[in-house]
Structure formats: structure tokens, C-alpha cells
Design a protein around this ligand. Structure first.
Ligand SMILES: Cc1cc2nc3c(=O)[nH]c(=O)nc-3n(C[C@H](O)[C@H](O)[C@H](O)COP(=O)(O)OP(=O)(O)OC[C@H]3O[C@@H](n4cnc5c(N)ncnc54)[C@H](O)[C@@H]3O)c2cc1C
Length: 431
């Protein structure tokens, strides 16, 4: 598998859909062809709305197509379950994990007839720890959330991972709730399905601006425009620039960098699992295991406000060093790297968000989910909102409580001040 700096390891070239080069009208436009946008599109089309989707590049070219594509019941956000329960309380955390489960179940259903095409693998997911006590705590928290998992102490762990670095692990074995697949194929599958239900998709058509009008929104693109009653913005604020969104929202988002490395082991140290994460330290590593290849997103995972390209080089070296430390007996090569962005918004940390952009009742935002499953769920919620069911936006997923405050701050501060202050704000744990 060869990957350039701009393509994901999943990418397979396919023919494009047309560019929008006329003026059209429709009930709802979805902007962004990742998992969130496609989920909205599919839900709307299935409900008989004839939606239009506009994608700046091609379907799946954003975070979705670049992701490590581990789908697991074990993760409700970037935080562990223990931390989430401490921060949000048991009930709210249970609900968040419930949204994730709904996404996981739907995606599994979507690929059921196309498992080979989507490269579905279901050998379970393993959460690795350097410290047995931390593993114990996470194990208990996951049980509280109803997520069946097996606590593996050092000896038992060796059946899954050959590394003396790890002292314990949690194994999530249920193939219905823990799997990896090709996310690029998944979203293209969803696109085809939505089209057969009456949706229209334009690719290579970046949206330049959203202009509110008396009875809807005017969506402008380089060669055409759309008048729509409602708009869903599913552009993943962390992987793009945010032109077109209201400025306060643009400023309340901080993109941070995450990198993917394709790691080739002579003999893969992972057995009997299709995905893993290393929860030992802040420099998390997530990996999708296939034969002797691991697609890992790792390194520089702390909040980084810089967009300096030099980071790619540094991250590559950092990943290499991390891997060497974790698998000293397993020589490997990092064959390529891909820079991806992932991040949080100042509005409510890493939690997924859906809701109105400020008070604009015809523009919905389906911000990044922390992952494919929640992204899918958010997309469906946005579709519900478009169809008039505002109540279906769960409280935890509404654009954060801190929105008015952070937006006011963002309006007052220049971008570079926000960039500088944002990591401190995140780390303060206030949001
Ligand atoms: C490196 C990395 C690893 C990850 N690993 C995992 C993992 O293992 N498991 C997991 O579940 N999740 C993972 N994620 C997270 C997951 O990929 C995202 O949460 C999810 O894909 C976000 O989907 P989305 O539809 O919101 O955004 P995206 O997939 O980014 O889609 C947004 C789309 O909007 C388009 N767009 C942007 N601006 C415009 C515009 N002006 N006009 C028109 N179109 C526009 C973009 O081109 C893009 O296609 C990872 C993410 C990264 C970056």
C-alpha cells in the first residue's frame, strides 16, 4: 500500500460526480461528504426529502477517508469512560455511549451485504495500558456503562500483544460492536444508496458562502448556486478552513494535528484483534491491524495550535520512537505518513455537537463527532432537525453550553490569541 501525504491508505480512485454549474432550488442542502453529511443525506432521502449534497473535493476525502477507522463500543469520546463518568456523571455518559452504539449498529447494518467490499474485520478491539490499576478502573467504568469486556492481566495479554511494555489490557470481543472497515468505501456506499432514494450529489464544488434570505439560505459555489430552505453544515471544522460559516463559530474551533503512519512489521505483534488503542500516556496511539500492517494514528496528539509543516517530520520521528519503545523485539518500517487534523472546539471540549449556528434557525451544524459512529448519529440528528424534530437533539450533543461565552471571547480576540489561549483553556478542564 503506497500513500502520499495527501491521500489516505484507504483511498481508491473512482469516477467523479458532476460539478454544480447552474442555479437550482431545493428543500435542503447538505454541505460536506464525510460520514456526518452522508448520514444526513441518507436519512433525508429515506424520508422522502430530495436533498442535495455539495462536496468540495470528493466523497470521503476529509477526516472520514483518512481515519484509522476503528469502530468500538469502548469509546464515547477521546476520553476514557472513567474520565467521562467523572466529568459528566454516569447518566449523561451512558446516554453518550448509547448514541455511539446506535451509530455502530447502523453502520454494521449498512455494510452487512457488502462486508468484503468494505474490508470489514471483526476480531475485536483491545485497549492497552502500562498500568494495571488504570486498566482496572476503566474496566469497571465500562462495565457500569454496560460494555462487556475482559480484563487481561500481563500474562493473558501476551496472547494478544507481544510487548513487555504493556501490563494490562481490556478486550472488547463482540463483533457486532467492535470492528474496523474501509471508511472510504462506506461513505461511497451510502452516497450511492442516497442517490437511488432521490438525493443529488455534486463533487469538486466548494461552498464559498452562505447568505441568509427571507425564506432560506443562498449557497454560493464557484460555478453555481443553490437556494434552499434549510442547510446542514457537515464540513468538519477541524479538517478544513471554515469559510462560509458564521465567524464566531469559525473562531471557536481549534484544529489540532494528528498523523497516520502505516507501520509494517516483519511479524505483527498483534494477534486476535482488529484494532487497538494505547491508553498509557497522553501520546495515544490508535491502530487498525491487518496482516503485518498497522495503520496507526499517533503522535502529537496533545493539543497543538501550530499548523507548521515541520510538525509532520517531527511527528513521524516521534511515532517511530514510540513504536520502537513499545515493540523493541519487532523490527518495523513506517512506510508512509499522512497528516490528518482532528480537534476540539472551544465550545465543549471534544464532545460531538449538533445544533443551530447561533440563532439561525435554518442553518444546522453537524460538527465533528468523535469518530465515525457518533458522526453517523449526529448526521441523523441533523436530518431530524431539518424535518422539524428539534427535540431530537440530545442535550449532550447540542452546541455547547459555553457557546455564548466562548463566542464572545472569540469575537473580541484576534485568531492568534485564540490559538495561543485555546490549549490552556482545554487543559484547564473548564469546558
Ligand atoms: C487521523 C485520524 C484518525 C481517526 N481515527 C478514527 C478511528 O479510528 N475511529 C473513528 O471512529 N474515528 C476516527 N477519526 C475521526 C473520524 O474520522 C471523524 O470523526 C469523522 O470522519 C468526521 O466525519 P465528518 O463527516 O464530520 O467530517 P469529514 O469526513 O472531514 O467530512 C467533511 C467534508 O466536508 C467537505 N468540505 C469542507 N469544506 C467544504 C466546503 N466549503 N464546501 C463543500 N464541502 C466542504 C470536506 O472536503 C470533507 O469531505 C479519525 C480522524 C482522523 C483525522
Amino acid at each position: 500500500m503506497t500513500v502520499s501525504h495527501t491521500d489516505s491508505g484507504w483511498y481508491t480512485p473512482v469516477s467523479s460526480r458532476p460539478i454544480l454549474d447552474e442555479s437550482i432550488e431545493c428543500d435542503c442542502v447538505v454541505i460536506g461528504g464525510g460520514i456526518s453529511g452522508l448520514s444526513t443525506l441518507l436519512a433525508l432521502a429515506a424520508a422522502g426529502v430530495r436533498p442535495v449534497l455539495i462536496e468540495a473535493h470528493h466523497i470521503g476525502s476529509g477526516g472520514t477517508g483518512a481515519s484509522t477507522a476503528i469502530i468500538t463500543q469502548a469509546a464515547g469520546s477521546e476520553q476514557g469512560a472513567r474520565e467521562m463518568i467523572d466529568q459528566f456523571g454516569l447518566e449523561a455518559t451512558q446516554r453518550i455511549f448509547g448514541y455511539v452504539r446506535e451509530g455502530i449498529r447502523d453502520i454494521r447494518e449498512l455494510v452487512r451485504q457488502k462486508e468484503a467490499v468494505c474490508d470489514l474485520r471483526t476480531q475485536g478491539y483491545i485497549n492497552l495500558f502500562e498500568n494495571e490499576e488504570m486498566a482496572q478502573q476503566e474496566h469497571q467504568a465500562q462495565i457500569q456503562l454496560g460494555n462487556d469486556n475482559q480484563l487481561l492481566k500481563a500474562d493473558a495479554l501476551r496472547n494478544h500483544v507481544q510487548s513487555s511494555h504493556y501490563r494490562a489490557g481490556l478486550f472488547f470481543a463482540d463483533p457486532e460492536w467492535n470492528y474496523v472497515l474501509n471508511p472510504y468505501t462506506l461513505v461511497r456506499l451510502m452516497a450511492g444508496k442516497a442517490e437511488t432514494l432521490g438525493a443529488t450529489i455534486y463533487e469538486h464544488t466548494p461552498v464559498l458562502s452562505l447568505q441568509e434570505e427571507a425564506d432560506g439560505v443562498l449557497v454560493k459555489t464557484p460555478r453555481g448556486q443553490i437556494r434552499a430552505r434549510k442547510v446542514v453544515v457537515a464540513t468538519n471544522p477541524f479538517t478544513i478552513d471554515l469559510k462560509g460559516l458564521p465567524r464566531p463559530i469559525q473562531r471557536s474551533v481549534l484544529p489540532v494535528c494528528q498523523y497516520i503512519s502505516l507501520v509494517e512489521f516483519e511479524q505483527n505483534p498483534f494477534q486476535n484483534c482488529s484494532g487497538f488503542s494505547d491508553n498509557s500516556t497522553l501520546d495515544y496511539m490508535f491502530g487498525n491491524v491487518k496482516d503485518n500492517l498497522v495503520m496507526a494514528s499517533a503522535g502529537n496528539f496533545e493539543f497543538v495550535a501550530s499548523r507548521d509543516p515541520q510538525m509532520l517530520k517531527e511527528s513521524h520521528a516521534a511515532n517511530k520512537e514510540q513504536l520502537a519503545r513499545r515493540f523493541p523485539d519487532h523490527p518495523f518500517q513506517i512506510r508512509s505518513t499522512w497528516p490528518g487534523r482532528i480537534g476540539g472546539s472551544l465550545t465543549s471540549g471534544f464532545l460531538a455537537q449538533t445544533g443551530f449556528a447561533t440563532s439561525r434557525k435554518n442553518i444546522y451544524v453537524s460538527f465533528i463527532g468523535d469518530g465515525l459512529a457518533i458522526g453517523h448519529y449526529l448526521g441523523k440528528v441533523a436530518a431530524d432537525a431539518v424535518m422539524g424534530n428539534e427535540k431530537s437533539i440530545p442535550p449532550e450533543l447540542r452546541i455547547g453550553r459555553a457557546v455564548p461565552l466562548t463566542m464572545a471571547l472569540a469575537r473580541l480576540c484576534p485568531r492568534r490569541v485564540v490559538d495561543l489561549v485555546a490549549p490552556l483553556v482545554y487543559n484547564s478542564g473548564l469546558f
